[in-house]
Design a binder for this molecule. Structure first.
Ligand SMILES: NC(=O)c1ccc[n+]([C@@H]2O[C@H](COP(=O)([O-])OP(=O)(O)OC[C@H]3O[C@@H](n4cnc5c(N)ncnc54)[C@H](O)[C@@H]3O)[C@@H](O)[C@H]2O)c1
Length: 456
């Protein structure tokens, strides 16, 4: 992939933390294409087995506090420390841990760099990062530099440069950097992966993925919580702001970075109307929400072509009034599965009538439920978090770390799925001309092993 200088100029310095991208001389951008001699691939990386996984948390707002709760119910873990700039949410999480009868975690707060003090501890193995988007890359990099494995909320990074820096840091330090794409652990997504692996759909041709989730109401979160920072992204970028939830599972079905990879993308955005209309309706005329210039098209649609010729449609819409959907569609030569609502049509291996959707999933679950779900699904549902997928993801991370197995998602996956955010913006701003994906694996995708159907 050729480095696009114009793109670098546009995206450099976009992060609030800023430092990482803005201080880079332009020449290093070309250098990232060559793997420096002191780096080795982290594809299939197996960290030395951990008897107990000692964990630190950075960011325990709406999402991170849920992760803390789940960790309190996981075996073989110790919560060592928690950091948040907001002392109120920090204390709530610390109190929750104590209330479970567990040791009180150390407390880090006071300024936005307090997380670095948490990272300087030598009794932490992994760090769970659930902060606003602009913090993900700097915190992940600092985590790995401090000798710990990074587990980062979605998306992994906000610029192409940040993606490369994260990949390079993981390869140099030989640490895991997993973007925690929880949707890969949903019952339906796991079942479809199992169906794909068993060849039910034949040769895969096309996938569809989306994050369609009406979130205008978050604009009412002014001083804290998700909407206090996420709303502003609608004034900064016009593209797919949040591509990974739908794309993660479709990428795993298609063996992206493990035999295939994203080649190029083209993207279009609809007009951006809904947020301004909502602000006009819901806030006083002189309110800050009515002064913002919302530029992100209400519906963004991107098309990805893979090197092996497959196609993927990815959509983003957190603004229009409509039911939630991640699409989750996979089409092969023998048939199709689609989600939201679940339906399936196959030529061989079903009723034979592929002109009609089969909407009854029970028989399909009975035959194709993923072994991981069969084993852990009940407990996952009991613990909750998006129908159990959150708990199952965290459980599986801990299982892999304790049993010396590679994680199901690696740094290359996180980078490839997240970079759609940036490339879609570039394509939208350039009359939907196609934009090449960087190959973050530097060729290792050709020999990468497809994700197996794992059980524990
Ligand atoms: N995977 C999912 O299903 C899912 C769901 C919701 C949110 N998320 C992701 O989780 C992340 C957090 O979202 P949220 O909804 O919890 O937002 P939030 O605003 O509720 O929480 C973010 C927390 O980070 C803290 N913070 C900010 N800067 C910090 C710093 N420098 N040091 C320490 N703490 C800092 C804030 O005080 C806040 O408590 C986002 O990346 C979001 O995309 C993922």
């Amino acid at each position: 992939m050729k480095f696009n200088r114009r793109h670098f100029l546009k995206t450099a310095g976009v992060t609030a933390a800023g430092i990482l991208t803005s201080q880079l001389p332009l020449s290093t951008a070309n250098a990232v294409q060559q793997k420096p001699a002191n780096q080795h691939t982290v594809m299939g990386l197996i960290a030395p087995k951990m008897d107990i996984v000692r964990v630190g948390f950075i960011g325990v707002g709406q999402r991170g506090s849920g992760h803390v709760k789940h960790f309190c119910h996981l075996e073989g873990v110790e919560i060592k420390a928690i950091c948040d700039t907001d002392a109120k949410v920090l204390d709530k999480s610390i109190e929750f841990v104590e209330f479970q009868g567990l040791a009180k975690p150390a407390r880090y707060t006071g300024n936005e760099d307090a997380y670095k003090d948490l990272l300087s501890r030598n009794d932490i193995d992994i760090v769970i990062i659930s902060t606003p988007w602009e913090w993900h890359a700097p915190m992940a990099i600092d985590t790995m530099e401090s000798g710990k494995h990074a587990f980062v909320e979605v998306p992994l990074a906000l610029t192409v440069e940040e993606c490369w820096q994260i990949v390079d840091t993981a390869e140099r330090t030989q640490k895991n950097c997993m973007m925690m794409e929880n949707v890969n652990y949903g019952r339906d997504e796991l079942m479809v992966l199992n169906m794909v692996r068993q060849g039910l759909f034949g040769e895969l041709l096309h996938g569809e993925a989306a994050y369609i989730h009406e979130l205008r109401w978050q604009m009412k979160e002014i001083d804290s919580k998700t909407g206090s920072w996420r709303t502003h992204w609608h004034t900064k970028r016009n593209g797919n702001l949040y591509p990974t939830h739908g794309l993660g599972p479709v990428s795993q079905y298609m063996n992206i970075n493990r035999g295939d990879r994203f080649d190029y993308l083209t993207s279009m955005s609809s007009p951006a109307l809904g947020r301004a209309l909502y602000a006009e309706r819901e806030f006083p005329k002189d309110h800050e929400r009515n002064q913002l210039n919302y530029i992100n098209g209400d519906m963004n649609t991107s098309l990805i072509k893979t090197v092996n010729g497959r196609t993927i449609m990815v959509q983003h819409d957190t603004t229009t009034p409509r039911p939630y959907s991640r699409h989750n569609l996979i089409q092969g030569t023998n048939g199709v599965f689609a989600g939201f609502p679940n339906r399936i049509a196959v030529e061989q291996g079903g009723s034979g009538n592929f002109h009609q959707w089969d909407m009854d999933m029970e028989n399909w679950y009975a035959k194709y439920d993923h072994p991981l779900w069969l084993q852990m699904g009940k407990e996952a549902e009991r613990n909750g978090g998006h129908g159990g997928m959150d708990f199952l993801m965290l459980w599986r991370m801990v299982y892999c770390l304790r049993n010396g197995e590679p994680l199901d998602q690696d740094v290359y996956d996180g980078a490839a799925w997240s970079v759609v955010n940036i490339l879609s913006e570039e394509s939208v701003n350039n009359r939907s001309n196609s934009v090449d994906f960087p190959d973050f694996t530097r060729g290792a995708w050709k020999t990468g092993k497809p994700l197996g159907i794992v059980g524990a």
